[in-house]
Write a protein that binds this ligand. Structure first.
Ligand SMILES: Nc1nc2c(ncn2[C@@H]2O[C@H](COP(=O)(O)OP(=O)(O)OP(=O)(O)O)[C@@H](O)[C@H]2O)c(=O)[nH]1
Ligand SMILES: [Mg+2]
Length: 257
């Protein structure tokens, strides 16, 4: 009697569990994306290694944008409320997502956090992912845009060593530029490494500490928000008044170098 060479009809064979998990994540990510689109909210996923300066950049960003748009920050860490507290100090709401042993955020975690929020009161959500250049690359969180920090203290050779992260991002920010005089980091080499991963990858250089490059970063955010809100979406055009340049706000809020 011939033996079946394929699974018995009617059974489900889950050969690759990680693939199934990613499919479940993608389903949740689609729900997040649809929810954001329905409310005209921009969602940014900020990624980097641990300690590259994500939270300090977010602190300076929320201070610069306060009064121009309504923000919510979702903070991902294994433990503690520390990063959420750093955002709340500036009068901007933040939800801490603690992952325990998981080294990245997943879309169902974002859905769970958003259950606590009335998105009618929010224009911009920024997620600070768990500090890690590897796993977060694989998980779509339903974001409109992904931004990746690479601190000048980490070395200019990282993009090609961690290509998946740099391949999947919309903008690379070379952070802590105030430290360039003290570390062996070539901005040109880092940009070349980014472009070797993806030829059209946009790269900015900034220091959240000194304020250098902050205008350009805030202008980038303003342009992306304006594009979303003048599009055919709910609330289109309602939130950024003419001439409300975020770059101008940044110039006011951040000290010159
Ligand atoms: N010199 C300098 N230090 C910075 C800059 N940005 C952040 N730092 C410092 O770098 C350290 C880490 O900054 P964080 O903002 O906590 O970095 P993070 O990426 O949020 O860290 P995790 O959430 O732990 O991954 C802190 O001591 C910051 O003060 C910068 O632009 N220049
Ligand atoms: Mg942080």
């Amino acid at each position: 009697m011939p033996q079946p060479t394929s699974p018995v009809p009617g059974t489900v064979q889950c050969a690759d569990v990680s693939l199934q998990l990613l499919k479940a994540n993608d389903w949740a990510a689609r729900t997040v994306r649809d929810t954001m689109a329905a409310h005209g909210v921009m969602l940014i996923n900020l990624t980097s290694s641990a300690g590259s300066g994500k939270t300090l950049l977010l602190e300076k960003t929320v201070v610069a944008l306060k009064g121009l748009c309504r923000m919510l920050v979702l903070e991902g860490d294994l433990e503690t409320e520390r990063d959420a507290d750093r955002i709340r100090r500036h009068g901007v709401p933040a939800i801490q997502i603690t992952t325990g042993t998981t080294c990245h955020l997943e879309a169902p975690m974002i859905l769970q956090a958003l259950e606590r929020v009335d998105l009618a009161d929010v224009d911009l959500v920024i997620i600070e992912n768990v500090g890690n250049l590897v796993c977060p690359a694989a998980y779509d969180l339903g974001e409109s845009l992904r931004v990746t920090l690479l601190a000048v203290t980490e070395g200019d050779d990282k993009p090609r060593k961690y290509p998946r992260m740099f391949l999947s991002t919309d903008l690379v920010v070379l952070s802590k530029s105030d430290l360039l005089p003290h570390v062996p980091f070539s901005v040109e080499a880092a940009i070349a490494d980014c472009r070797a991963v993806r030829a059209d990858l946009e790269v900015q250089v900034l220091s959240a500490h000194s304020g250098e490059g902050m205008d350009r970063w805030l202008d980038w955010l303003r342009d992306r928000m304006a594009a979303l809100w003048t599009g055919d979406r709910p609330g289109a055009g309602a939130r950024l008044p003419d001439g409300a340049g975020l770059g101008a706000a940044a110039a006011h809020e951040t000290p010159a170098r």
